[in-house]
Design a protein around this ligand. Structure first.
Ligand code: PLP
Length: 412
């Protein structure tokens, strides 16, 4: 079946891909079930000890233990790699398991990472709190100054890491400029530097980083790929050699995906493109409506002409995504964060909950969620303000959503 890879890589084929079963695994026949079987097992019965001997001699086709490999997980990995036009993918138990393993697989003590500062808080805290324990240094360059990458790079630089659109400020980082400057840095330092992007916010439907020269895509599959707020998963996608290294480290770190979560992810991928396209449409319409509301200071959405990097977004994204961030105006009675909380508590359709990418609209206050446990100067560096509300727009009727936000904002 995997010989069908080339046929499946046609233009605009993402939906076709996500509705097609890819039964690459020899453990069950291709003429078997339409749906993906769940191998809900931690271990595998050997036909005889010859299997154990073959495994001990390094035969990769012998299944032994689900932390190492699982047919359900494997098929989802194949599907994700196909969807992203990549050689290989590794599935994890969460986005953070994917990100931390992707990074640790190619860094050692003394190495350096260059990153843009506006990151998902969990990634930023991993960089801030964990990497220094391994003597791995992270330096930050503003997205407007990508030329600093080649200036900052040394012979110890192994990764250039970034996100776009950023969480929660929806700033746009110039992907081609980051890649170009990293290649310059490679020439200067005479060493391979991996360009790694967290593509969670845009997803492959809206942004194709590999087509712009990025080496590795990491993604929280808990969000748009999963899409129903019911699983935790993460994925690392890239060249086969690199992903093999990542999977090797995953055996030690242990962040393997659960087969049932992998099954649910597979199921979600069948509607991935439908969901994301509807979320794009709804987000755009909601952003336009909120821009006109007197209690809103500003609306951050890359699809709006008022967004400072709208043109860049247009040039590197095929859709503007389902995330909108607003900053509410404080009132005489309420401070900015109190006003934001009031809106979140008054909404009746949108749900006051963390996370994003699900079919239901979720709202969260970044200073209490994605960017909690950060000092004022760190928040300032991330351009996160107390009056911000991050909206993950769902697939509801957009008129209902606009009316819901209007009535909640009117309460400030
Ligand atoms: N990357 C981004 C952009 C996120 O928003 C998140 C979580 O919110 C993660 C990574 C981490 O993913 P997970 O929560 O699945 O570990």
């Amino acid at each position: 079946m995997l010989n069908d890879r080339h046929n499946m890589k046609t233009k605009n084929s993402k939906l076709a891909l996500s509705t097609r079963a890819i039964h690459g695994n020899k453990l069950y026949a291709y003429k078997g079930p339409v749906s993906l079987p769940i191998y809900q097992t931690s271990t595998y019965r050997f036909e005889s000890s010859d299997d154990a001997i073959r495994y001990a001699k390094g035969d990769p086709s012998v299944y032994v233990y689900t932390r190492y490999h699982n047919p359900t997980v494997h098929d989802v990995e194949e599907k994700l790699a196909l969807m992203e036009n990549a050689e290989s993918a590794a599935l994890f138990s969460s986005g953070m398991a994917a990100i931390s393993t992707a990074i640790m697989a190619i860094t050692k003590s003394g190495d350096e990472i260059i990153s843009t500062p506006a990151l998902y808080g969990g990634t930023y805290r991993f960089f801030r709190d964990e990497l220094p324990k391994h003597d791995i240094k992270v330096s930050y360059v503003e997205p407007e100054q990508p030329d600093k990458i080649s200036k900052l790079a040394t012979s110890r630089t192994t990764i250039v890491y970034f996100e776009t659109p950023t969480n929660p400020t929806l700033d746009i980082v110039d992907i081609k400029a980051i890649v170009e400057q990293t290649r310059k840095a490679e020439k200067k330092t005479d060493q391979k530097i991996t360009v790694m992007i967290d593509n969670t916010f845009a997803s492959i439907i809206n942004q194709d980083p590999f087509a712009m020269g990025v080496d590795v895509v990491v993604e929280s599959a808990t969000k748009y790929l999963g899409g129903h707020s019911d699983i935790m998963a993460g994925v690392v996608i890239g060249k086969a050699d690199y992903v093999k290294q990542v999977k090797g480290l995953a055996k030690h770190f242990g962040g393997c995906a659960d087969p049932f979560a992998a099954y649910l992810l597979f199921r979600s991928l069948k509607t991935f493109e439908l969901r994301v396209r509807k979320q794009n449409e709804n987000a755009h319409a909601l952003a336009r409506a909120l821009e006109k509301h007197p209690r809103v200071n500003c609306v951050l959405y890359p699809g709006l002409p008022s967004h400072p990097k709208h043109h860049l977004a247009k040039s590197q994204m095929s859709g503007f995504g389902g995330m909108v961030t607003i900053e509410v105006k404080p009132s005489k009675k309420l401070t900015p964060v109190e006003a934001a909380a009031k809106v979140c508590d008054t909404l009746t359709i949108a749900v006051n909950a963390m996370s994003l990418g699900g079919t239901e609209t979720l709202v969260s206050i970044p200073v209490y969620s994605s960017h909690v446990f950060m000092k004022d100067e760190e928040l300032e560096k991330h351009s996160v303000t107390p009056g911000m509300i991050r909206i993950s727009v769902g697939v509801e009727g957009v008129e209902d959503l606009v009316a819901d936000f209007k009535q909640a904002l009117d309460e400030i």
